[in-house]
Design a protein. Structure first.
Length: 255
């Protein structure tokens, strides 16, 4: 129980700023105490509940134009990616190895995804970003489709969403608000596709674990919102960019 609470709290706090991390920490914690189908279902439900709580905290700051372009195309891409996932299992190229005693698996999809994330994040940290070179709204529309598609295919849309939206020229509050509304839109579309799997495993989830994880995740998001008021936009962008680069390296290395 302590591991689950810590994973939900830390993952939610990290994902509040970076746009990813809750599922990465929460799923392994659930797998310790639940069978795989129930752990996946529980993680998805806690993730959705946490996004709805962040929607309550930040949703009013979202950029409405981007929601109608980037957001809607993200949903379309996520649906397409989730459907494609069912047909792409035999097409994956994998290489397994051991790093410092831990098993790792490199896949073509995650390698490409990691390279895209690192590229955008490195640009954000470069001198070009300091000169104010941003991304046009048309490019962001394509970015919504791309991030949603890879999100539905591999579940890593949060990192790509952050990488694209950092270049939209938004204020700190608008960046966070737009990102969380898009996350809720994509989560709802993905859960609609995976609904049968979730409902099948529903009865296997002990609600004491689910409630503990939700409360811990809400606490992490609330703490993140308190810290957000003290962080300036340039610092926030650097934190997110560094986290994205590390996450991209993790994908490429298959860790």
């Amino acid at each position: 129980m302590i591991i689950l609470i810590a994973a939900a709290l830390c993952g939610s706090f990290m994902s509040f700023f970076c746009g990813f991390g809750l599922g990465t920490l929460l799923l392994p914690a659930f797998l310790i105490i639940l069978p795989a189908p129930a752990a996946i279902a529980a993680s998805a439900l806690v993730h959705m509940a946490n996004n709805l709580f962040k929607l309550f905290l930040l949703g009013r700051h979202a950029d409405k134009h981007l929601l109608l372009t980037f957001g809607l195309w993200s949903v379309a891409g996520a649906l397409l990616g989730a459907i494609t996932l069912g047909y792409a299992g035999g097409l994956s190229i994998k290489y397994t190895y051991t790093l410092l005693g831990y098993p790792a698996e490199i896949t073509l999809l995650n390698t490409l995804l990691g390279m895209v994330i690192i590229g955008f994040s490195w640009f954000e940290l470069s001198t070009a970003a300091e000169r104010g070179i941003g991304m046009g709204r048309n490019a962001l529309t394509a970015g919504g489709l791309l991030s949603g598609f890879f999100g539905g295919l591999s579940g890593h849309q949060g990192a790509l969403r952050s990488a694209f939206l950092m270049r939209a020229g938004l204020s700190k509050e608008a960046f966070m608000g737009t990102r969380v509304v898009c996350a809720c839109m994509v989560d709802l579309s993905r859960i609609a596709v995976y609904a049968s799997d979730i409902t099948t495993s529903w009865h296997d989830i002990p609600w004491v674990y689910g409630i503990a994880a939700v409360i811990s995740a809400f606490t992490g998001a609330w703490l993140g919102n308190r810290f957000l008021k003290k962080i300036e936009l340039p610092l926030l962008n650097r934190i997110v960019s560094i986290a994205l680069i590390l996450f991209g390296l993790k994908l490429i290395l298959g860790l």
